[in-house]
Design a protein around this ligand. Structure first.
Ligand SMILES: NC(=O)c1ccc[n+]([C@@H]2O[C@H](COP(=O)([O-])OP(=O)(O)OC[C@H]3O[C@@H](n4cnc5c(N)ncnc54)[C@H](O)[C@@H]3O)[C@@H](O)[C@H]2O)c1
Length: 371
C-alpha cells in the first residue's frame, strides 16, 4: 500500500499457473489421472451426451476415489449457453457445496460446457478451483486452452463472463471418436485459423494431411502433430496476454465478421463454421489490401473446401460486415484492430479498413465462390 495525500494506492499481483495435460483414457480407474485426494467431495458438470455414453465409466471411476460426488448432466449447444443454464448449475452447486480451496469442480464437455461451467466456478463463492476435460474438438484445441469463461446475454455473444484459469486441463483425444463429422469440421476451423496467421508449416501440413485427420476423427498419427502444434501455437499467443491487456490479438483472426452468422435465429452456424466464413472473407480483404497473393488466396480456399469448411453464408451483406466492424471497434476499445493474414503463417493488424474495401472484398468473395 502507498499513501499519498488523500489517496491510498493498493497493488497486488496474482500469478496464473495451470497445466494442460495430454493423457489417454482419463477415466481409467487404475490410474487416478485426475489426482483425487481420497474422500473429498466432487461436483461434476457433464455434457449430457457424455453423461449417457460414459455413464458407467465415470461412476466407476468416481466411486473408486470418493463416495461423495454429484454429477449434473447439462444439455450443450449455443442456445443453452445462457443465464438459465448458469443459474441451474449454480443452484445445484449451492445445494451440494464444495470446499472453497480443496474440492475442484470438474467440467466435462465441449466449448459450451467449458464456458458456462467454468463461469459458474469462477463466480461461486467468488471463485472455486476447477478442472476441465474437453470432449469436442472445439473444446480440445481452443475453449479449454485459455482462461475465458462466459455465457451469451440475449443476442450478445459472450457478453457476461470472467477471466479465470482452470487448475488442470486433461486433453484426452479419444473422446473425439464419437463426435459427429460436422462438429469435427467445426473445430478444424480454429486449427486453420491459427495455422494461417501463425504457422506456415502447420498450414502446409493441413494441406497434406488435414482431410485424413478429419476422416479419422483426429485419431490417426498425423492428427497428433496437428492437435499438439495448434495448441502450442495458441498457448504461445495467449500466455503473454492472458487477460487481454493488449487488444491486438492475432487469435482474434476469424472473429471480426463471424458473430452475426452464429447468432442468427434461423439455422445459425456453429462457432467454428462462422469463424471459417470469417477466415474466407478476411482472406479476400487481405488480398484487396495486398497482404496476400492470388495464389495464396486460392490455396486458402482450396484447403478450406477440402476440409469441408464453409466459406460463404447467404446472409452475408456489405451492411452486416460493416456493422461487425463498428461492433468490434467498441469491443476493441476504439480501434478496428482487424487481424489479417500476411502471406501464409503471419499476421498483420488493420485499423483503417474502409467501407469501399469491405464492398470490394465481398465482391471478390462472391467471385471466388461462384466462378
Ligand atoms: N472460452 C473460449 O476461449 C472459447 C474458445 C472457442 C470456443 N468457445 C465457445 O465454444 C462453444 C462451442 O463449443 P462446441 O463446438 O464444443 O459446442 P458444444 O459444447 O455445444 O458441443 C457440441 C455438441 O457436441 C456434443 N458432444 C460433446 N462431446 C461429444 C463427444 N465426445 N461425442 C459426441 N458428441 C459430443 C454436445 O452434446 C453438443 O451437442 C461456443 O459457444 C464458443 O463461443 C469458447
Amino acid at each position: 500500500m502507498k499513501i499519498a495525500k488523500n489517496i491510498l494506492k493498493i497493488s497486488f499481483e496474482k500469478r496464473v499457473d495451470y497445466s494442460l495435460i495430454f493423457c489417454e483414457d482419463v477415466f481409467d480407474e487404475t490410474k487416478n489421472i485426475l489426482n483425487f485426494d481420497m474422500g473429498s467431495k466432487r461436483f461434476i458438470i457433464v455434457d449430457s451426451f457424455i453423461a449417457d455414453k460414459y455413464h458407467d465409466k465415470i461412476h466407476k471411476y468416481l466411486a473408486k476415489f470418493t463416495s461423495n460426488y454429484k454429477i449434473i448432466p447439462v444439455e450443450a449447444g449455443e442456445l443453452n449457453k445462457n443465464i438459465d443454464t448458469f443459474l441451474y448449475i449454480a443452484r445445484e452447486l449451492a445445494e451440494f457445496d464444495v470446499d472453497r480451496r480443496n474440492e475442484p469442480i470438474i467440467v466435462i464437455g465441449g466449448g459450451v460446457l467449458m464456458d458456462v461451467g467454468n463461469f459458474v466456478a469462477s463466480c461461486y463463492r467468488r471463485g472455486v478451483p476447477h478442472i476441465s476435460i474437453p470432449t469436442t474438438l472445439m473444446g480440445y484445441v481452443d475453449a479449454s486452452v485459455g482462461i475465458k469463461t462466459g455465457i451469451n446475454l440475449d443476442r450478445h455473444k459472450n457478453r457476461l463472463g470472467t477471466f479465470d484459469s482452470p487448475q488442470f486441463v486433461y486433453l484426452d483425444r479419444s473422446f473425439l471418436k464419437t463426435l459427429p463429422k460436422r462438429h469435427i469440421i467445426n473445430g478444424t476451423g480454429e486449427i486453420v485459423k491459427i495455422a494461417l496467421i501463425k504457422n506456415a508449416k502447420l498450414f502446409e501440413y493441413l494441406e497434406s494431411f488435414g482431410k485424413n485427420a478429419i476422416d479419422s476423427n483426429f485419431q490417426n498419427e498425423e492428427s497428433s502433430y496437428i492437435l499438439n502444434q495448434s495448441i502450442i501455437d495458441i498457448v504461445e499467443e495467449l500466455e503473454p496476454n492472458l487477460f487481454e491487456d493488449n487488444l491486438e490479438r492475432c487469435v482474434d483472426f476469424g472473429h471480426t465478421f463471424s458473430l452475426p452468422f452464429e447468432m442468427i435465429k434461423e439455422s445459425p452456424l456453429l462457432h467454428g463454421e462462422a469463424v471459417a466464413v470469417d477466415i474466407a472473407y478476411s482472406a479476400c480483404l487481405a488480398l484487396v489490401r495486398n497482404h496476400i497473393s492470388e495464389n495464396q488466396l486460392q490455396r486458402i480456399f482450396n484447403l478450406m473446401q477440402c476440409l469441408g469448411l464453409p466459406c460463404f453464408h447467404p446472409n452475408i451483406t456489405s451492411e452486416i460486415l460493416w456493422e461487425s466492424v463498428q461492433e468490434r471497434i467498441n469491443h476493441r476499445s476504439g480501434f478496428q484492430r482487424i487481424p489479417l493474414p500476411q502471406g501464409l503463417g503471419k499476421c498483420i493488424f488493420a485499423n483503417d479498413v474502409t467501407k469501399k474495401e469491405i464492398d470490394s472484398s465481398l465482391n471478390l468473395l462472391r467471385n471466388v465462390m461462384y466462378h
